[in-house]
Design a protein around this ligand. Sequence first.
Ligand SMILES: *Cc1c(COP(=O)(O)O)cnc(C)c1O
Length: 488
Amino acid sequence: MQRRRSWAEPFKIKMVEPLRMTTRAQREAAIEEAGFNTFLLRSRDVYIDLLTDSGTAAMSDRQWAGMMLGDEAYAGSENFYHLEDAVRHVYGYKHVIPTHQGRGAEHILSRMCIKPGDFIPGNMYFTTTKAHQELAGGRFVDVIHDRAHDSTLEHPFKGDIDLAKLTSLIDRVGAGKIPYLCVQCNVNMAGGQPISLANLREVSALCRRHGIRVFLDATRAAENAYFIQQREPGCAGRSIRDILLEICSLSDGCTCSAKKDALVNIGGFLCLNDDALAEEARNMVVLYEGLHTYGGLAGRDMEAMAIGIEESVEQDHMKARIGQVTYLGEALMREGVPIVKPIGGHGIFLDAARFLPHIPREQFPAQALACALYVDSGVRAMERGAVSAGRNPDTGQNIFPKLELVRLTLPRRVYTQAHMDVAAESVIELFRNAPKVVGLRFTFEPKHLRFFQARFAPVTGARVLLTEDADAPVSRCCCGAGGCRENG
Ligand SMILES: *Cc1c(COP(=O)(O)O)cnc(C)c1O
């Protein structure tokens, strides 16, 4: 019989950031003040912040040391050349253009390549990516395999592209109307699900035959490379670095938000292999971001990014990163909580439609669940369902995507296993009390990326999570903040 061998993070804690504990009554007031939108909460009112893994990583001592080496020259900063070396070394592209974050790179790529009336296929939309494609006059077309839309289906590569869907789009509109295919690694909205090398090789060959460029959204390409190493036949002996280089070699360039894999709080980059396109991008970056050797970033930010990129492909780091996500997911699965399977790379996605079957889609069950979770324990999550999907640009109707999810996203190197236990216990408690969660309606709806600033109200009364006696705040644990292990 094998004895249990525990797992622990490959780092220790040098500096702590105290968290403020709140009562349930304080959280009820805070979520109402925030218009029942977790994006509008003040972070001081949040206990465990699982809103996003974007820009929330803890930097290493080496990265902080690098911040002190910031060369804040307007042009030709030394840190830019470190960044260029790191990106070339780890991702393998020829030209590297820094941007303030991922959407800066998406903006430039979309403006350069998309003409009004074009179609941009991709393996499931991402909010900012699609918004920039549409602003440039293009139309996003989802060519991800159907299995990505089924949260119950276990498949190692739910990020794979359906070649039949891609071929049928090419036949329908013609390759001339498709400036590029946008391939997202570790597909965010599908639950952090990877694409396989086998699929990427086929897709890349198909596009090459039709003269269609392939650009990666490489934001989580290192995590994708780890899943390929763990799951794809023939890849077990390969390093994350080696696999990542092959992924990138199958494309013509990438956009990347360095706020995810690359372990920094701000930054991004655009990579291109084509000299002429890179020249055009350098012209545009000056207009929208800053000179091509800083792209809206301070020298110190570029230095931290260069170091973070090298750290992001270390085996021990990635094993701990994905291991923590798996730990949280398995705790929920053991109690039968409906989550997207298999467990993905950057978070756990609760299937709100199955979690709250009594709330109709028109009352945004995922938004309501994220609010109820906050009220229960101060854990902040994010809606990834109909609110995030927005409206159909032709009809103005709400889009109801197949997946109505709440994302518990794990910042890299920030929280401990005990934080994961607290989050899991709160979700499980809510799952047992699911009928008490109330749906929501819009009270304010912004035009672009509405999920960020929308405001809501509960469809009945003022509370999103009903208690037996709505006037008497219930605390189920001794500290009243959901932060203890005792059942009081
Ligand atoms: C975060 C993200 C982006 C946008 O990057 P920002 O740095 O937030 O501008 C693009 N694509 C994916 C897949 C992302 O997760």
